[in-house]
Design a protein around this ligand. Structure first.
Ligand SMILES: [Zn+2]
Length: 136
């Protein structure tokens, strides 16, 4: 089954889509960062003395904090992937599987614009990883 390479118009459409996604995510990321900074400032303020008497409360705050950090880390990773996708559009390698160098079907790119591998190669890789995991 032959898959055709993306046309210029399709590439432009993806560029727009990825840029939009990138900006939205960045905005959310900044907003979350801002609100967690505000929260920290509030918590380290007047109520600080009563905090030491409530270890359970302090512990749950710590859990919240690490959860936010994990979220931020995931965001950062995805932002990087979107950035990479935009770079690939500029370089002309967007939508081409980096393993077999065949064009990735457009339906897959629409679902996963950050995809760098076609489904076949991705599955192959997954299979290899599972085999390796079994051997280990
Ligand atoms: Zn491939």
């Amino acid at each position: 089954m032959e898959t055709e390479a993306l046309s210029k118009e399709e590439l432009e459409r993806f560029e727009q889509l990825i840029t939009e996604r990138y900006n939205t995510l960045l905005e959310e990321h900044r907003y979350r960062e801002q609100s967690s900074i505000l929260e920290n400032q509030r918590e380290s303020g007047a109520e600080l003395s009563s905090y030491a008497n409530h270890p359970a409360e302090a512990a749950s705050d710590y859990a919240n904090l690490t959860m936010n950090l994990n979220l931020a880390e995931r965001d950062t990773k995805y932002l990087k992937q979107l950035e990479d996708a935009l770079n690939r559009i500029k370089r002309g390698s967007f939508g081409i599987c980096r393993i077999c160098k065949e064009p990735i079907p457009i339906v897959r790119l629409e679902a996963v614009p950050t995809a760098t591998k076609c489904v076949n190669c991705k599955n192959e890789e997954k299979k290899r990883e599972q085999d390796e995991a079994k051997r280990a």
